[in-house]
Design a protein around this ligand. Sequence first.
Ligand SMILES: [Zn+2]
Length: 277
Amino acid sequence: MTAWNRMQITSKVPGDRKTSEGTVRFIGVAVRPTLLFMAAFALNVTPHEAAHAITSHMLGFSSTLYQMWVNPDVATATSRQAIAIAIAGPVLSLAVGLISWLLYRQRFSRRRSGLLFLMLAINGFYLFLGPVAAATLGGDFNVALRFAGASKLLMNVISASGLLMLPAMMYFMGKELSSWAPTWFSRTKVVFCTTVGPWLIGTILITLIYLPLPSFLIAPNFLGSVFWIFAVIGAIVADRTILAPRPVCSLTRVDFMVTAAAFLMVRLLVHGVRLAH
Ligand SMILES: [Zn+2]
């Protein structure tokens, strides 16, 4: 333990920590990033799939939208239509990421709801850069590039750019996430509360919320989250001597309402919603 950490712990622990109310608040503060990660995951993944489904519907094809995938009837689609349907999901994710990030930076980084906007931005960028990184293997951009007749070299170059940008983004976001931990948390608690918890516990719990899932989606969902390791590294190396003025708080009523709405949206789609012509 560094002198800095020791000073933080001894000088800034709130006096109510020993009471049961203090314990509840401590737990609320500690689990808030994980809960908001789960809400932000659902608010990105399911609308991403809806973007594929709505685009295919607008182009004249029926589809069935599920909570984490979509089955469009696109056997007769032209290359251009197939490309539009494939890129609609990641384009929406990028838009959600950019808008959430701008709102976070401009308005909410010093408000309690800021952590939700930060998680929305991370998940939005992740659902765009993930398919970029996977372009040579599979996924949305792989489908679009194959229909566009792209060369293997171009696919590899796009994948390589994604493999550079995704870790860099997560490293930066890990530093940003760590600023949302209370100043009286030790470095270990900061890293677990803001990055390891959302990544490992959050991914397991949100997968349970999404069940039933086809088996071909479960493993990629866990493996695909591996770039969160760079957020963990970012949180480990973040300079906590420059403390950002974050309103660290326990779970709020808005947190519960947003999370409940996100989970309800997921559960309403588990049997599929048919967008028919
Ligand atoms: Zn997609």
